[in-house]
Design a binder for this molecule. Sequence first.
Ligand code: BES
Ligand code: MG
Ligand code: ZN
Length: 510
Amino acid sequence: MSFPYTILMIEVTVEQVQKDSLEKEYGAFIVFLTKNEGPLGAPEQLISAFEAQINALKETNDLPEDKKKTSILYSPGLKTKRLGLVGFGEKDEVDLQLIREVSAIIGRKLRDLKSEKIVYIFPEGTSLDSQDIAKAIVEGAILGTYKFTELKTKDKDKFKPITYIGVYSKEDISKGLRWGKVIAESTNLARDLANRPSNIATPTHFVEVAKEYLKKYDNMKIDVLDEKQCKKLGMGAFLAVAKGSDEPAKFLIMEYKGGNPEDKPVVLVGKGVTFDTGGISLKPQSAIVGMKGDCSGAAAVIGAVRVAAELGLPLNVVGLAPLTENMPSGKATKPEDVVYAMNGKSIEIINTDAEGRLILADALCYAERYEPKWVVDLATLTGAIVIALGDQAAGLFSKDDTLRKRLKLAGERSGERLWSMPLFDGYYDQLKSKVADMKNVGGRPAGSATAAAFLSNFAENYPWAHLDIAGIAWVDKSTPLCEEGMTGAGVRVLSELLFDEAKIRNITIE
Ligand code: BES
Ligand code: MG
Ligand code: ZN
């Protein structure tokens, strides 16, 4: 299947608008409210056009001032007929994640009313940084109104996306708007890749999409290793997973050179299992549905590399994605087979469904050639992390305290929460094999920690952290920032970590 099949990501226009926009025709204006203080930053002209209705809401105590409450008002007097109101609750409790969520909630309501162009009124008077607020509004609007519709052939009209987001502000917030747009669209790119079923989003498709999106940057180099090249490099663990599938496996390498040539690169590694059946250790029916999303780590890495390139971050960033299906067949790897990873270590494969750690093992070995400053891998690695943390946070494993702290902070700033998990020595004992250097599973206790301990055997020569995103990669029920389906988890927290690496702690710096 060649690239033109793929529907290119819909780009939203995002811009700051001026006073004259109040006389123009949009689908809606949107105003944020706090308890007792009414609409934040709304110009007089707008308030007076909706005055009678706002007063009526006040009298009935129906103004949606509480967190995440909404109302939509209509005015015959303006060209823009709708005014969306959305509540912040108490002003001193407003944080960036709340802004993202309320922006998303009202954005989705208006999209459902077929408003294609919406204009937010910048909420003045909070203690937060203006560029950060602008970024959060745009992230919320773009993430919250995303819908995966490309495979529908009927009712296309029902799924009209938002095409324009304006933000009315007296202060220059253009950088925040741009950063928000790039991060959210890259997250939606990751969502598209993970939402596409595995008959479409094959390893080859991933490679084609990465090339299509990234080829326009001069300082970007994309390489793809096929199975033969991987064999030459000694990637026996990755190829053991690929063996059972007829779909050719690929090892995707994205090198973005935004820093000085002598700057050590940072490396992002993403698990790219385009479908995980479990292999010969076949998953039961109840566990197999959803496994088209087992490539979410790879999708996030492609998204994060795009963020670095599009924003021109002054860093050298390498993205690595081992891409393969995990299938049972007459050629598939069997339980108790022993294979060698690229660093020569032998692995007894007890369970072919613990395949993510096998493909990551070789990718982590490959990362060594860059002499990286640090390496972070992301993977939908274990069901056990879903049991431990649910959809509230990704598991964060690292013996490097500095990197771990930086990641935790990036998680808080981005709204993608990470929770520190241990790498105790005892977990390594669980992986002892009678015939090889280690087994690929450590039994039921601490399943996420033994998986992380396994990976650390291949990441010994640089600072390293592992994010188990199995619990946050998709949602079964809609949340403010994501309708049911793939979340694009990881793009936002990785972007924030890259900003931190670029010493851009505050987005007002170029
Ligand atoms: N892809 C799964 C992990 C997963 C489970 C992701 C649920 C998202 C939701 C992974 O490859 C896997 O199958 N892990 C096994 C490991 C076990 C065999 C040690 C698991 O978690 O059951
Ligand atoms: Mg194969
Ligand atoms: Zn598996």
